[in-house]
Design a protein around this ligand. Structure first.
Ligand SMILES: [Zn+2]
Length: 271
């Protein structure tokens, strides 16, 4: 058994996040940032993963699958796992009702089935949050795991349902659901770290990669059977200088004894 597990995960939003999450369907420049991810970023990441012989998990909206079938086919034929990330990349909390969220999840499942020939087992919420209906919908569609929440740092755990957060009474955690959470962190996501923001300016990028390395090293030293999930987006991580920094991060982590790079689905099966 490995001492530490690393899941490299890629949210392949294409242009869906610009259209459905950020309301930028009329901005050719922002759409072109998504197109950069499809045409340039994704192939660079695939090449890098191939060089390191690593199997990764790609969360792909149905919108990306239907808009850019060849690009997503390349991910699948390269041997990576493809899991659910909504059809439209709509933030779950913004659906007007349960039926429209249900329809979007169903359409996303169908898009993945038509590409891979099998049903997705895992879900990652667009925007990393749930509506009040998301968890019961995941159970109803027989998903096995989710990777959007942050209740632990390095260990999978069951998501709870029926929790309550009333304004005038204590918080209730609720009961364990059938869905295993393989937790993410905003601290290990390239989008908040690097996506251009006019107010903030540029991040110290090597410092962010150093932070990701220190997080892995802390886990390796202190946590039994820890699972380290790193999230990236082809339109962010696919830039030349970042691909190089990612290359060295992978190389450094891979030098540690008994480290396994694997898919989130494989991790969830061991829970
Ligand atoms: Zn996304």
């Amino acid at each position: 058994m490995s001492r530490a597990t690393v899941c490299l995960t890629v949210d392949f939003d294409g242009v869906s996040s610009w259209i459905h999450s950020f309301g930028e369907a009329d901005s050719p420049t922002n759409l072109s940032r998504g197109l950069f991810g499809v045409d340039t970023g994704a192939p660079r990441l695939l090449d890098l993963f191939d060089e390191h012989d690593i199997e990764t998990t790609w969360f792909v909206p149905g919108h990306t699958i239907e808009s850019f079938p060849d690009a997503v086919e390349s991910v699948w034929t390269a041997g990576h796992d493809i899991q659910h990330h909504g059809w439209s990349h709509t933030r779950p909390g913004t659906y007007p009702d349960e039926a429209s969220e249900r329809a979007d999840i169903k359409r996303g499942i169908e898009a993945i089935e038509s590409l891979t020939g099998r049903r997705p087992t895992g879900y990652r919420s667009p925007s990393w949050d749930f509506s009040e209906n998301t968890l019961s919908l995941l159970e109803a569609f027989d998903f096995e795991w989710d990777s959007s929440q942050m209740g632990t740092e390095f260990h999978p755990y069951p998501l709870r349902k029926g929790w309550q957060a009333p304004p005038d009474a204590p918080f209730e955690r609720g009961e364990a659901s059938a869905i295993v959470e393989v937790p993410v962190s905003w601290q290990r996501d390239d989008f908040p770290a690097f996506a251009f923001n006019r107010q903030r300016g540029f991040a110290d990028e090597p410092a962010v990669f150093d932070m990701w390395q220190s997080q892995f090293e802390w886990m390796y030293r202190n946590v039994d059977n820890g699972v380290y999930v790193l999230t990236m987006h082809p339109q962010i991580m696919g830039y030349s200088h970042r691909v190089e920094l990612l290359d060295s991060l992978i190389e450094t982590i891979a030098e540690y004894p008994e480290v396994e790079f694997t898919t989130v689905d494989a991790v969830s099966e061991g829970v």
